[in-house]
Write a protein that binds this ligand. Sequence first.
Ligand SMILES: Nc1ncnc2c1ncn2[C@@H]1O[C@H](COP(=O)(O)OP(=O)(O)OP(=O)(O)O)[C@@H](O)[C@H]1O
Length: 280
Amino acid sequence: MSTTPLPNIEVQNLSYKFQDGSDGLQDVGMSLPAGSRTLLIGANGAGKTTLLRLLSGKRLAPNDTIAVGGKDPFKDTLEGVTYLGVEWVLNSIVRTDIDVPTLLASVGGNAFPERRDELVEILDIDLRWRMHAVSDGERRRVQLAMGLLRPWQVLLLDEITVDLDLLSRSNFLAFLKRETETRSCTIVYATHILDNLAQWPTHLAHMHLGKVKALGSVESFHSQVPEWTSENSRLGELVLKWLKEDMASRGPRNGRGNQGKTYQSLEGIGGYGQEKPVDK
Ligand SMILES: Nc1ncnc2c1ncn2[C@@H]1O[C@H](COP(=O)(O)OP(=O)(O)OP(=O)(O)O)[C@@H](O)[C@H]1O
């Protein structure tokens, strides 16, 4: 009998404060089955990165609030959890004068030669590249191959596809989908870019101001967007609706009270003399 736990993600009553005392997350609960592909949706500052970092075990969550594959990700330092986010993108090793085969070998490529070759093909990587002399998108493709090489059970992605061209991104997303369909693994992906994603997620989680406002299977949200024009705009329409509602409930970051002051100080530095608020 296999002893590998199913990579489901369970979060309950998770509240998190930053060191400065401000609220990061408030009473978050989510239950994501093994094999699911969840899109984490929310405006800038909604709490997506904060949640992903807690799920990855990079930050300490309160006791008994998070279980990934039945374990606490912080205490148990889970082997099969891969978190690809900003720090990972900024890692300087991928900007040095080093070749691709050496880099892939350094993260265990030789132990997984089939995966390595598949990723090189899918991400259209030229093994002759030297990393100090590639474009941002090419560098990102090599980084993704490095990050995905080891067969993870849980993959936490914090928007890392911004530099990819449309075809590379499409291939990359198709690869991830195949992974969840052919072996036991689970993905949570925070993104603002909805291209190629219409058929991708199994679940959606909508975050707003540190809370999960809605969570469910993609089908469960179908009734929320009555005017779908095409399959591809369906997810986009839903997300746009959510973000507009969030903006309306939060209000603009710089309310009316600030406007007169801002314009006055701009006037003071010259060049914006005409730009006075119409009404105060
Ligand atoms: N170390 C910190 N200390 C205090 N506040 C923080 C800290 N890190 C983030 N925040 C605040 O927490 C909120 C959530 O940040 P987070 O990075 O999780 O948002 P996000 O949904 O990932 O946003 P984006 O889409 O812009 O990446 C933001 O308002 C942010 O300013």
